[in-house]
Design a binder for this molecule. Structure first.
Ligand SMILES: C[S@@+](CC[C@H](N)C(=O)[O-])C[C@H]1O[C@@H](n2cnc3c(N)ncnc32)[C@H](O)[C@@H]1O
Length: 262
């Protein structure tokens, strides 16, 4: 028979060993998770660098683009915009929010030798900054930044802060890029792009929505899918999520018209 003290010590040692093994396993799992996360972060960053490099190459840029992190559209989204604009040569391009995307699209118009970008910008400071960048790149003739304050407007029986659009031209829109207004302005801040602008789209027009991984943008896409069955939706593999919608009037409930008007 073991004396009680020895027995107690043996039990304590077993408990301590079990506890240490448990903690060691947790640390091991955590290290694996950190390693996997690190690999994923590196791969994602590398992908953005490849997209940025592709932009500089395909657009043959002679001057540097402003930052493409944080508030700006990411390189992968900008590359989607550029490739579409270069291959489909839209004549009238409208943008909700200005910035690096305005430069990229304006450069595409310049390379195409046709088309014009109209960028709705609510903040006069960023409107001036984008105009200065357009001038620095020699692109002022290919894009117009419109001072478009966000005013209370009614869409589907609710009020939204939405761009003043009086400065837009009368022509049909061939390409629409939606990267504003900022999320903080209201829940589902970009929803009004549908009721405010979809009725102006040319047949086969393309609509790009940035930040489509966010719950707000996912709900906006669900609403648009219900309200605009003529708009075929497709998700793009971009870091912040993006959606491409094509206006196919042939799929409309009333051919040639939107099922719901603004
Ligand atoms: C998502 S950002 C627009 C980004 C733009 N499409 C681009 O590619 O750069 C939406 C709005 O944020 C504002 N904005 C732009 N750059 C910003 C910055 N660096 N910090 C804070 N706000 C910014 C502008 O008013 C812009 O309309």
């Amino acid at each position: 028979m073991l004396p009680l003290a020895t027995f107690s010590l043996a039990v304590l040692a077993c408990l301590l060993t079990g506890y240490t093994l448990h903690k060691t396993r947790l640390v091991h799992l955590l290290l694996h998770e950190l390693r996997d996360q690190g690999r994923q972060d590196n791969a994602a960053l590398f992908r953005q660098m490849e997209a940025l490099h592709a932009l500089y190459t395909e657009l043959r840029l002679r001057r540097s683009l402003p930052a493409t992190r944080g508030w700006a559209a990411s390189p992968d989204f900008l590359l989607e915009l550029a490739r579409h604009a270069l291959s489909e040569r839209p004549r009238t391009v409208v943008e909700c929010s200005s910035g690096t995307s305005t430069l990229v699209l304006a450069r595409c118009m310049q390379l195409n030798g046709s088309g014009k970008v109209y960028s709705l910008e609510h903040d006069p400071h960023y409107a001036r900054a984008t105009r200065a960048e357009l001038a620095r790149h020699g692109l002022a003739d290919w894009a117009e930044v419109l001072d478009s304050s966000l005013t209370a407007q009614e869409f589907r029986s609710a009020t939204w802060p939405w761009y003043e659009t009086a400065g837009l031209p009368g022509e049909r829109i061939d390409m629409l890029a939606i990267d504003g207004p900022p999320q903080a302005t209201r829940r589902l801040a970009r929803y009004p792009a549908g009721p405010a602008l979809f009725a102006r789209l040319a047949p086969d027009a393309a609509v790009f929505l940035d930040d489509a991984k966010r719950p707000d943008e996912q709900e906006i896409l669900r609403r648009w899918a219900n309200e605009y069955p003529e708009m075929q939706q497709q998700m793009l593999n971009c870091e912040k999520g993006a959606a491409l919608l094509r206006y196919r009037p042939s799929t409309a409930r009333q051919p040639g018209r939107f099922a719901t008007s603004p």
